[in-house]
Design a binder for this molecule. Structure first.
Ligand code: 5RP
Length: 219
């Protein structure tokens, strides 16, 4: 296993300490979260169930025999998800896997948001080393792209990719920002953008930073 995968696995293992009997567990998407899902299988008979953030995660939960519920069943006690980048304020960039819309919905109503990420994903200024994904209604792709260009960003169409909700993804390069909340709100106000990958209005409560020794806690 590569170092980075070991770090991801260590972060996932640390998240298991937050899972208690009877909990409704929101589950994110991605390779780090996949480690968590496989570990969560050990508690499938003691938790109330899991709420998925994507089709891929739903499939993996079911393969592990974990009962899958929906937000109609209630708000999750805890939400566990990876990230593409995080800063010292526990604000995130997410959406590398394209599941940002479902992830933001489940995260927004969960009582505690636990981000699991390896140490390579820490950065001081979000937007510096990872492009910001936005989910866009297909008909608005060009108009949104022009508005992003006017903001100084460089939108790149994620070719051949469609989200669970039938939207396209633009990955915005060259748009580092100092005020994640303001940027999240600004992008939310552009018609045609369904969701942007900044998780700052509702940041993580805890980031478990996987490394060679285990996981550090940023709380
Ligand atoms: C998916 C995400 C993922 O959490 C993010 O891309 C991190 O993925 P990984 O754990 O595979 O590095 O936001 O939309």
């Amino acid at each position: 296993m590569s170092d980075q995968n070991t770090f991801k696995k260590n972060a996932a293992a640390a998240a298991m300490r937050y899972i208690e009997d009877g909990m409704l567990v929101g589950v994110g998407t991605g390779s780090t979260t996949n480690y968590f899902i496989d570990m969560l299988a050990e508690k499938r008979d003691s938790i109330r169930g899991a709420i998925s953030s994507s089709g891929a995660t739903e499939d993996r939960l079911k393969k592990n025999g974990i009962p899958v519920m929906t937000l109609a069943d209630g708000d999750p006690d805890v939400y566990v998800d990876g990230a593409d980048r995080f800063n010292n304020l526990k604000q995130l960039i997410k959406g590398g896997g394209g599941a940002l819309t479902g992830e933001k919905i489940v995260a927004s109503v969960s009582r505690k948001f636990i981000c699991i990420a390896d140490e390579t994903k820490r950065e001081v200024r979000l937007g510096t080393s990872f492009p910001l994904p936005i989910a866009v209604i297909p008909a608005a792709r060009s108009s949104v792209a022009r508005q992003i260009l006017a903001m100084g960003g460089n939108p790149v169409y994620r070719n051949g990719f469609m989200t669970d909700n039938g939207n396209v993804i633009l990955d915005i390069h060259d748009l580092a920002f100092d005020e994640p909340i303001a940027m999240e709100q600004k992008l939310n106000n552009i018609p045609g953008i369904v969701c942007n990958g900044i998780f700052a209005l509702h940041a993580a409560d805890v980031v478990l930073i996987g490394n060679a020794a285990g996981a550090d806690v940023l709380a």
